[in-house]
Design a binder for this molecule. Structure first.
Ligand code: NAD
Ligand code: ZN
Length: 371
């Protein structure tokens, strides 16, 4: 990358938007947002941690351009993806008289991005949202692609909409304050792109993960750019997940069941579930004869070497038995006509949607994995 930021274009059938990726974008934010505003006014929604770290800088940038900036600060964590917080957010936007032609800014990790994206999509039948993702996970995944939502008592992300952002601004400098555990959680999603469709990228990660995890700016920027590009390409090909987009769920049906089993708590954060889930997907693919043992071992070695969780034993709480675990997996959105759709692999970088998962084999496999 030659400039201090790169631009990716996401061209969908009814909507186009840009993803800006680079360093130092936060302070120059009005350069990009200013021209998009219908009037000099924005609503920023963030969480407590981000507000302490970065809200002054963002507000100041707007103030310098005499743009009014109302802010709502929400509690941190997955529990905010609830009806209660959604209602609070929507009512706040209405009270602040945010109009249909205004812009709402989601400033935070995937939780804020999903919740605020959802709120923006339903308030006044849809207001534009700009995503400024602040975690690695949100920068490489959740801020791109327009999926928004909250959790149901029956499962994760079961309530939501597709609402594509008007712009995504990815300032990788913001990752410097991210706790190591959260950084690793996002890293699992980065690896996922290699595993599901780009073996070369996985090879590159195998060589460069030290630099990446140490926050080497050039390496981080490249990995974020590459991940956003992979996600954008898939979203462009299949915006509403009728087919190929489902590949992005590699490791996620297992992962979501684990998150549900641990009550969406700090016991297991999203990327940790994804890391265990990807390994389970590789192992199960091996069991069904799709993938070589060598590949499975290489993937496990990679996740282990960076310090990510790799199997059920790494989850420090009781997991329900295999039958109940399959029930949790069946609560995922990937169930069609009562059949479980799983993303399986032939190889590193070669994944596919399996619509006929043999449930008994899956149960037997899980029973053995759970030891
Ligand atoms: N919409 C999608 O396509 C999609 C894709 C993947 C994941 N998701 C969702 O994303 C959510 C997880 O997102 P997440 O991992 O970003 O979690 P998160 O939003 O809870 O952020 C993790 C923690 O890091 C803190 N934080 C955020 N940015 C920081 C920074 N720059 N410095 C210091 N601390 C910072 C937050 O306050 C929070 O406590 C899940 O709910 C998942 O379902 C959605
Ligand atoms: Zn994910």
């Amino acid at each position: 990358m030659t400039n201090n930021y790169e631009t990716l274009k996401v061209q969908l059938s009814h909507h186009n938007y840009k993803i800006l990726i680079g360093s130092g974008l936060l302070d120059a934010i009005t350069l990009h947002i200013g021209p998009m505003l219908n009037r000099k006014r924005v609503a920023v929604i963030t969480d407590i941690t981000i507000s302490k770290l970065y809200l002054n800088r963002l507000s100041q940038a707007f103030k310098n351009e005499m743009i009014d900036c109302d802010t709502l600060i929400l509690p941190c964590g997955e529990k905010s993806k609830s009806w209660e917080t959604l209602s609070k957010t929507v009512e706040w936007l209405i009270k602040k008289k945010i109009e249909r032609d205004d812009i709402i800014i989601a400033f935070g990790g995937g939780v804020i991005g999903d919740l605020v994206g959802f709120a923006a999509s339903i308030v006044r039948r849809g207001v534009s949202v700009i995503q400024i993702p602040t975690t690695l996970l949100a920068q490489v995944d959740s801020s791109v692609g327009g999926k928004t939502g909250i959790n149901s008592i029956h499962g994760k992300n079961l309530i939501g909409t597709f609402h594509q952002p008007a712009l995504v601004i990815v300032d990788t400098d913001l990752l410097r304050t991210l706790p190591a555990r959260e950084f690793l959680s996002g890293y699992a999603e980065v690896v996922k792109y290699g595993l599901l469709g780009d073996r070369k990228f996985f090879d590159w990660l195998d060589k460069n993960n030290d630099h990446l995890l140490n926050g080497d700016s050039e390496v981080v920027n490249y990995a974020v750019w590459k991940s956003c590009m992979a996600k954008a390409e898939i979203v462009i090909a299949d915006e509403k997940e009728k087919g190929r987009r489902a590949l992005l769920n590699l490791g996620h049906t297992f992962g979501h069941a684990l998150e549900s089993a641990t009550n969406y708590s700090d016991t297991l954060i999203h990327g940790e579930g994804v890391s265990i889930g990807c390994i389970l997907a590789f192992k199960f693919s091996r069991e069904l004869g799709h993938c070589s043992r060598k590949n499975v071992e290489r993937v496990i070695k990679h996740f282990k070497s960076v310090g990510l969780k790799t199997d059920f034993n790494d989850v420090p709480t009781d997991i329900p038995n295999a039958a109940e675990f399959v029930n949790l997996m069946m609560n995922d959105k990937k169930v069609k006509n009562g059949l479980l759709n799983l993303i399986l692999v032939n190889d590193i970088g070669d994944s596919f949607v399996s619509q006929e998962v043999p449930l008994q084999k899956l149960k037997d496999f899980l029973t053995r994995e759970m030891g």
